[in-house]
Structure formats: structure tokens, C-alpha cells
Design a protein around this ligand. Structure first.
Ligand code: HPA
Length: 286
């Protein structure tokens, strides 16, 4: 039997598909970015580097989760960074907020339907590796999915692979660009493995010790579902974490969301510069 195209107007629950949402966006703007940035907790300052052409709140976009966490504004922006067309997802819905994996990853499917080919995901993370300090950055070399589920579970969009290879989730060439961008922005950048948990509680020191033994360098509550779905959609993926705090047990102080946000915001200038450089290098390398 022939496979129907992935261009279905609605999903099996009758909700508009990513292709439908993307089609409505394509009617509203002539911009056709091949690169998208996804901005995590407190990173919306990167928008200051963007001349926007179209801005739409997630609340006006069918299927998009409404981020409920302070520091996550929740809007899709089409515009230019350093005169290069980009799509930006500012804010994300998290699994711990109660959103389904489908909802958390739906915006990435829309990016793919918009014609985006490469996505750079950003997030906050706790540093497990003893060399990592708050305010450092880590570009993902790989991940460990400890969220207890997988975003590809359940109904599979016709035309997309059911079983997705993740042996090279984070592309080497893009990682090199992030490294160059970090040098230019004078950011302290590590390369390491990110372990994703469900949250929303932070980890116990025993969990952090265990995660460290498994090979994790940093821990967080996002990004991995989006990376998996991006790979299913055939997108090239880079991911960058701001180490906003030392992971549980590495410090005497308790971890607070306020600390996570304030470290992210303190580094926003550096992150913004890094993202702008990354966009320029990406356009040159294309
Ligand atoms: N653990 C999990 N997620 C996080 C952390 C952490 O320590 N910091 C920022 N996001």
C-alpha cells in the first residue's frame, strides 16, 4: 500500500496538523528561513538581535503549548539575525507542566513544515561534570533520555520514519560552528553529554552521582524530545545548554528556579552574541 504524504490537514484527534499550521504562517510572511533557534529559560534576550518580520504568540497558534513557567514568553518569530533569515521559538512548553510529548514537540514539526533545515536548541542545565561552573556553556555531543518516555511513542505521522536513528543526533559540523561562535563571544564552552529528566523536582545528590557514572555532564528537563522529533523530521540539530547551577550535591546551597533564571539572564549577553555568531557562521558554511 502506498504511504499517504505527511501533508495531512489534521491529526487523528481532528487537530490541525503541523503542515496546516505552517501553511497559515507561510501565507503571512514571505520569509523562508532554513535555520531556527529555540530559546530556553530566560534566553529571550537573544530576540534583541533579531529584526522581526512576523511575531505570533503561541496562544494564537493551534497545537502550540502555552508555556506556564516564568522566563518562557512563548512566541514564534520570523525575522533576520545579522541579515540572515531565521525562525525563532522563544519559550517552550515542558513535559513537567503536564503537556503531552506531542504538544511539547509540535512547534518543531511546524518548523520542519516551514522549510527549516537546521535547528539550534538552547536550554538551562545543571552541571554534573566537576569542571563545569555556573555561567559556563555546554554544546551537546550526545544525550541520555531519562524522561521515562519517548516523543515518538504513539501515532506516527505518515511519511515520517517510525524508528529513528539517533547515532548522530547532534551534528559534528554544527558543533564546530558553536565552538567557533563561543570563542568569538568569549564564552566558556564545554562539549558534553546531556541527560534529560522529567522534573519538575530537581535531582537528589544520589541521582546526580548515578548520572555522572552513566556519563552525563549536565542535566535538564527539556531539549531531548525536540531533538528526537527534529531528527525524525530530518532536521540537522545543534544544542547548547547554559550551566545555570551546579547539580544537586555539588554545592551546599539548595537549587532554586530563581537561581536558574538569574544565571541564564546574567549570561544572556554572551548567549546572544554566541547565537548571532552562530547564525553568521551557519550562513557562511551553507
Ligand atoms: N536539574 C535539572 N534541570 C535543570 C537544572 C538542574 O539542576 N538546572 C537547570 N535545569
Amino acid at each position: 500500500m502506498s504511504q499517504p504524504s505527511g501533508n495531512h490537514a489534521r491529526d487523528p484527534h481532528g487537530r490541525p496538523s503541523a503542515a496546516t499550521v505552517a501553511a497559515s504562517l507561510l501565507r503571512r510572511s514571505t520569509l523562508r528561513p532554513s535555520l531556527a533557534l529555540v530559546l530556553g529559560s530566560g534566553f529571550d534576550k537573544v530576540l534583541g538581535r533579531c529584526t522581526s518580520v512576523l511575531e505570533i504568540s503561541y496562544s494564537s497558534l493551534p497545537g502550540f503549548p502555552r508555556p506556564g513557567v516564568a522566563g518562557h514568553a512563548g512566541k514564534l518569530v520570523l525575522g533576520y539575525v545579522a541579515r540572515i533569515p531565521v525562525a525563532i521559538l522563544s519559550g517552550r512548553g515542558h513535559f513537567y507542566e503536564g503537556h503531552s510529548m506531542e504538544a511539547v514537540t509540535f512547534p518543531v514539526r511546524v518548523l520542519a513544515e516551514l522549510g527549516v533545515k537546521t535547528v539550534c536548541l538552547t536550554c538551562a542545565a545543571g552541571g554534573i561534570n566537576s569542571r563545569y561552573k555556573a555561567g559556563d556553556y555546554m554544546v551537546f555531543s550526545d544525550h541520555i533520555n531519562f524522561m521515562g518516555t519517548n516523543p515518538l511513542r504513539g501515532w506516527n505521522l505518515p511519511g515520517t520514519p517510525r524508528f529513528v536513528d539517533l547515532s548522530q543526533t547532534y551534528e559534528r559540523g554544527l558543533r564546530d560552528l558553536v565552538e567557533k561562535a563561543a570563542k568569538k563571544a568569549k564564552a566558556r564552552l564545554h562539549t558534553g553529554q546531556y541527560l534529560a529528566v522529567c522534573g519538575p523536582s530537581y535531582e537528589t545528590p544520589a541521582e546526580i552521582r548515578a548520572f555522572g557514572r552513566l556519563g552525563a555532564d549536565a542535566v535538564g528537563m527539556s531539549t531531548v524530545p525536540e531533538a528526537i522529533v527534529a531528527r525524525q523530521c530530518g532536521l540537522r540539530v545543534a544544542a547548547l545548554a547554559c550551566i545555570t547551577n551546579l547539580a544537586a550535591g555539588r554545592n551546599k546551597q539548595a537549587i532554586t528556579h530563581a537561581e536558574v533564571l538569574s544565571t541564564g539572564e546574567a549570561g544572556a549577553q554572551v548567549l546572544s552574541e554566541m547565537m548571532e555568531e552562530f547564525v553568521k557562521l551557519y550562513a557562511q558554511a551553507k
